[in-house]
Design a protein around this ligand. Structure first.
Ligand code: OKS
Ligand code: ZN
Length: 343
């Protein structure tokens, strides 16, 4: 399978995130992508290409222009105040506070963030746009007739919504790619999110649309991040009613339960009549993941890949979460190799 990869991911290396009540080193590190790339080379998965620049237009198909401008300028405005450490928000626009967008960068940081785990650094915009280009270059290959591609996207994207960042995500790589597939003639696109966490950003972007089906299998938001979205009763709105499927599973769920949910999701994708599939591939469902609580073991990722291949659709994989850095390469490549073996 073809891999799209850019060294620019390294430009996103946040210092700390707020977790369990303290500032801790970021879980979302450059070493994650390094390990995945090393495993791809070692297992000889296929060619590795650089992304082509696509500019802002395909990003603005799914993101708010003011939000994108904020991301692009935030670090400069933050450092103009004499700050040389990561920009993190310190409050949120909760109920009954004014909804007007603040003028000041500090207020905007609060307005455009979902959490305190998504630091904006000097290199965030360059890294995030390179990740979007990585996904878009993978989508180009599918449009060109390729069966499948792997976009080694970092920073990840699935928590990034129309107009906010969060969960280590700034631009929604998978959504940007899915929209590009639509814009290049694929009439129905499915986005399947198998990361441990609900893909709230992707759901947000496509919630009112029937041309992009969104499905997510994830830890139940009653106990798991992102807490405020990802419940089974979220089925889409307006035109999009019936085109959003959430499969929340209790934290600690066993492997067989997870695969039952996967089969339900695959059935829906087949019924929908998708012409292409985008997989938000998080491997934080792994039993050894430090911030997640499912039980998949490394060989289970081969099974996942094979089941996805059974849909017989042009498929773009975009990397999302996965924080057990030692095994992350094996787990990701297992999915891709499982997919290819099933052909
Ligand atoms: C705040 C964020 C904590 C959890 C973020 C989850 C990121 C992830 N410190 N999403 O798929 O893996
Ligand atoms: Zn995750």
């Amino acid at each position: 399978m073809l891999t799209v990869y850019s060294d620019s991911h390294r430009l996103q290396h946040g210092q700390s995130e707020l977790i369990d009540g303290t500032l801790k080193p970021c879980f979302e590190t450059p070493s994650r992508a390094d390990m995945v790339l090393a495993a791809i080379r070692e297992r000889e998965l296929g060619d590795i290409i650089h992304p082509r620049r696509h500019g802002l237009d395909p990003i603005l198909r799914v993101h708010d222009a003011d939000y994108a401008r904020f991301l692009e300028t935030a670090w400069q405005r933050w450092s103009d105040m004499g700050r040389d450490y990561d920009a993190l928000p310190k409050m949120w626009q909760v109920r009954r506070l004014r909804e007007a967008i603040p003028d000041h960068v500090e207020g905007q940081l609060c307005y455009y963030s979902m959490d305190c785990g998504t630091p904006i650094t000097a290199g965030t915009w360059a890294a995030a746009t390179a990740a979007a280009d990585t996904a878009l270059t993978g989508a180009d290959r599918l449009i060109g007739g390729e069966r499948a591609a792997f976009a080694l996207t970092r920073p990840p994207g699935h928590h990034a919504a129309f107009d906010y960042c969060g969960g280590y995500c700034f631009l929604n790589n998978a959504a940007i790619a899915a929209q590009a597939l639509r814009d290049h003639g694929m009439r129905k696109v499915a986005v399947l999110d198998v990361d441990y966490h609900h893909g709230n950003g992707t759901q947000d972007i496509f919630y009112r649309r029937s041309d992009v089906l969104f499905l997510s299998i994830h830890g139940d938001p009653r106990t798991e991040y992102p807490f405020f979205l990802g419940f089974a009763d979220e089925k889409g709105e307006g035109e999009g009613l019936g085109y959003n499927f959430n499969f929340p599973l209790p934290a600690g769920s066993c492997v067989s339960t997870w695969f039952v949910a996967l089969d339900c999701a695959l059935d829906q994708i087949a019924r929908f009549g998708a012409e292409a599939l985008v997989v938000s591939l998080g491997v934080d469902t792994y039993r050894g993941d430090p911030i997640s609580r499912f039980q998949l073991d490394s060989p289970d990722f081969v099974t996942l890949g094979a089941r996805l291949a059974g849909l017989k659709l042009p498929t773009l994989f975009c990397l999302e979460g996965g924080y057990a850095v030692g095994p992350i390469g094996t787990n990701v490549v297992n999915v891709l190799a499982g997919f290819e073996a099933r052909g």
